[in-house]
Design a binder for this molecule. Structure first.
Ligand code: C2O
Ligand code: CU
Ligand code: CU
Length: 368
């Protein structure tokens, strides 16, 4: 089981090296030292992650801390609501069809939210925070409301944004998360919707969740102007630059994933620049044990909501993203972490690489 977005020792990361045999027990343990965030977990077996996640093995791992400023809705199940979005294909008899329809793999037209078809949620407060996870194998969503009401984005993959940002759409590629706060009027009904886009993997419009508001709503406080004190991830001048090229659907830097090959050796706690160059159709890019800030995407400074702490980023067709990446603090020259495309068919096909984090100065001793 992999803890997506968590900083932790590589032996507990739950990557393809840490299989759990039938009937056996795995007892990972570590101390969590990172900002509050909406993280998640899913199995990560070599070549079979798509199947496991499609069958529903994915859940949230919500981290809290003492820094959350007053005014952010945070009563779980009352005004703090998790939403796990997955697309499915159901056969006429209700069973799951696992047929891949394109290079992106399985893309379904039946959307489940928290495992529920055609879901409805009743809100009882004036403001509600939704923590939205795209746990789909390949599908990308452009989240918004049926009446285009504004949402206030307060957090992304790996933590709160420094300040709230108002938007009417939030794009989420697989594994990305967004925390949004939305206002409701008494008695109204509105649909949380996904609008189609132009990348193939985001084709189609979908209703995600019907929201009905109680006839009277408990008032919610104003959102604070500052959300986090953690400075944004930055790489110092002269930081090491690594480049990753994406071609086709099964390799990074022209190499397929090999569990016996370490691709990169990174000093613990390093701040580096990672550049991901996509020469083909849409992909995305996820790094384990790290938090990054998107410095550049599609030749431009990214929209403000993409500058918070993240662990997964969309990489548009034939484009490049530049990331300032902050790595975790656990040294282990033997057990690797992964980086990969989070379109699960691509990950399973080998669009994945391995890195170890080691004490600075010992890079040469790490296994190759
Ligand atoms: Cu959800 Cu290797 O990641
Ligand atoms: Cu991960
Ligand atoms: Cu991909």
């Amino acid at each position: 089981m992999h803890w997506h977005g968590m900083e932790l020792p590589a032996v507990f990361d739950g990557g393809p090296h840490q299989t759990i045999q039938p009937g056996s027990t795995w007892d990972p343990h570590w101390r969590i030292v990172q900002p509050a965030a909406t993280l998640w977990y899913h199995p990560h077996p070599m070549g079979r992650t798509a199947q496991h996640v499609f069958r529903g093995l994915a859940g949230l791992f919500l981290l809290d801390d003492d820094e959350a400023p007053a005014g952010v809705p945070s009563r779980y199940g009352v005004d703090d609501i998790p939403l796990i979005v997955q697309d499915k294909i159901f056969n006429a008899d209700g069973s799951l069809s696992e047929e891949a329809s394109s290079t992106f793999g399985i893309m379904g037209q039946d959307i489940l939210v928290n495992g529920t078809y055609n879901p409805v949620h009743r809100v009882s407060t004036g403001k509600v925070r939704f923590r939205i996870l795209n746990a789909s194998n390949a599908r990308m969503y452009h989240i918004g409301f049926s009446d285009n009401r504004p949402m206030t984005i307060i957090g992304t993959d790996s933590g709160p944004l420094p300040e709230p940002i108002v938007a009417d759409r939030v794009p989420l590629s697989p594994a990305e998360r967004a925390e949004v706060v939305v206002e409701f009027a008494p008695g109204e009904e509105v649909i949380l919707h996904s609008y189609g886009g132009s990348y193939d993997l985001d084709a189609g419009d979908f209703d995600l969740l019907k929201i009905t508001a109680e006839p009277t709503l408990r008032p919610s406080p104003e959102l604070p102007g500052r959300l986090a004190s953690t400075p944004p991830v930055a790489a110092p001048p002269g930081a090491r630059v690594r480049t990753f090229t994406l071609n086709g659907h099964d390799a990074i830097n022209h190499q397929e994933m090999d569990m016996h090959r370490i691709d990169e050796i990174v000093p613990v706690g390093a701040h580096e620049i990672w550049e991901v160059e996509n020469h083909v159709y849409a992909h995305n890019f996820h790094v384990h044990d790290a938090a990054f800030r998107v410095l550049e995407a599609e030749g431009d400074v990214p929209p403000a909501f993409r500058t918070g702490r993240k662990d997964t980023v969309f990489v548009a067709p034939k484009s490049r993203v530049r990331l300032a990446v902050e790595f975790g603090k656990y040294a282990d020259p033997v057990h690797p972490y992964m980086y990969h495309c989070h379109i699960l068919r691509h990950e399973d096909a080998g669009m994945m690489g391995q890195f170890v984090t080691v004490e600075p100065g010992t890079e040469d001793q790490a296994r190759r």
